[in-house]
Design a protein around this ligand. Structure first.
Ligand SMILES: Nc1nc2c(ncn2[C@@H]2O[C@H](COP(=O)(O)OP(=O)(O)OP(=O)(O)O)[C@@H](O)[C@H]2O)c(=O)[nH]1
Ligand SMILES: [Mg+2]
Ligand SMILES: [Zn+2]
Length: 383
């Protein structure tokens, strides 16, 4: 490995997302032997890095590890780091079997981070230097406006631009022609487009819940991806895929890569939830030059059912309800029920209505048998 930063080398660095501020930060370290490298992967303390001259395997220097006062100071996927490179081609002749050493993490331009509750509240950085977060929610039953709002807040807090992708639009009976009409955030915001009135109303509710955020319904299994995606998937831009397990993050990544690089698996039929197929974060370089981070489903950001408002958790049911014959329709066999009609017409997944009814029943039980007043005879273990 040459430490010389020729024109090709720095050109290569910028395709990895290296910016002038990163260069300035590296120079400020005043350590000319250290090379800039980007973190693509990490497994049990071994980092896969990309440099101007190719890839390296590295560990964090003991000094950096011991000085870190929080795990947030250690490298994460997407970070730019300063590395003392060992040429892996030298092999056994070099010390520590070609393992390079990370000496510093350059300041993060942006980050995706969440608070982790522990003995003290700490921050877990999921990814660094991300330009756009694609927040995926499935229209098969994963859609929850409060959780969506939390995702958007988390993304914006790290100075990352949010874009919402509503996957599995095929399950709402939206076909590719319907979807084309939403292929611009402005059109979606205006509620334009074909599709059933219910589907339009649902999209409208989502758009209104997160003002200013582009919302794109799409089907990942067939047809074209929305052209809007090309705008955020520019060369050298970094994107991260966020969302619960089973929403289609890895399916989208495989489509963008043009080949299966990540495994995917079907959601459980019993409850429509994913199986946590992807288990660790990893960055990929698309043929078109954008950098995309696939992540495991974020179950921790999910809310507990009991705290959810039914309209937030079931916007798809809520938009249908005004069309029911009775204003107090329970969608549980009452005549003239628009929700049941939508299920029968294939415009609302049946398991969606089932989980709605389950939530309603558990609420009814709680309303009849309220919890004791906090503090009065509280037992340990109750939440
Ligand atoms: N009908 C339909 N199914 C989809 C769509 N997108 C993804 N799926 C299916 O959803 C299932 C889960 O997809 P994955 O890509 O593994 O989901 P993931 O978000 O990566 O899940 P984790 O890795 O567990 O976080 C697979 O069976 C996909 O085929 C879609 O647009 N429509
Ligand atoms: Mg996955
Ligand atoms: Zn009804």
């Amino acid at each position: 490995l040459s430490t010389q930063d020729g024109p090709t080398a720095s050109g290569e660095l910028s395709t990895l997302g290296f910016r002038t501020e990163d260069e300035a930060a590296l120079e400020a370290l005043a350590a000319p032997s250290l090379l800039p490298a980007r973190v693509f992967d990490e497994r049990r303390g071994v980092y896969a890095l990309s440099t101007a001259n190719g890839s390296l395997q590295a560990r964090v220097a003991g000094r950096l590890r011991h000085r870190a006062t929080a795990t947030a100071e250690l490298p994460v996927i997407g970070d730019w780091v300063a590395v003392e490179a060992v040429d892996s081609r030298v092999g056994a002749a070099s010390d520590r079997q070609g393992m390079s050493t990370i000496h510093a993490v350059l300041p993060r331009r942006t980050k995706l981070a969440r608070k982790v509750a522990g003995e003290r509240t700490d921050e877990q950085v999921l990814a660094a230097n991300v330009d756009t977060a694609l927040i995926l929610m499935g229209l098969d039953g994963d859609l929850n406006l409060r959780r969506l709002d939390r995702f958007v807040a988390m993304v914006r807090a790290g100075a990352v631009e949010p874009v919402v992708l509503l996957t599995k639009a095929d399950l709402l009976g939206l076909d590719p022609t319907d979807l084309q009409a939403f292929d611009a955030p402005a059109a979606a915001a205006a509620g334009a487009g074909a599709g059933s009135p219910e589907a339009r109303a649902l999209l409208r509710v989502v758009v209104d819940a997160i003002p200013g955020v582009p919302v794109l319904p799409l089907t990942l299994l067939s047809g074209e991806l929305p052209g809007f995606l090309d705008r955020v998937l520019q060369p050298a831009r970094t994107l991260a895929l966020l969302g619960s397990s089973g929403v289609g993050k890895s399916t989208l990544l495989n489509r963008l890569m043009g080949q299966p690089v990540q495994s995917i698996s079907a959601v459980r039929r019993s409850d429509g939830r994913g199986r946590h197929t992807t288990t660790h974060r990893q960055m990929f370089r698309l043929p078109g030059g954008a950098l995309v981070i696939d992540t495991p489903g974020l179950r921790e950001i999910q809310l507990h059912g009991a705290r959810e408002l039914p309209d937030d958790a079931f916007p798809d049911v809520a938009v249908l309800a005004p069309q029911c014959r009775f204003r107090d329709c329970q969608h549980d066999g009452q005549p003239g029920c628009a929700v049941v009609a939508a299920v029968e017409a294939g415009r609302l997944p049946g398991n969606r209505l089932d989980s709605y009814l389950r939530l309603q029943k558990s609420r009814a039980v709680k309303a009849r048998f309220p919890r004791p007043v906090p503090g009065a005879g509280r037992r340990s273990g109750s939440r």
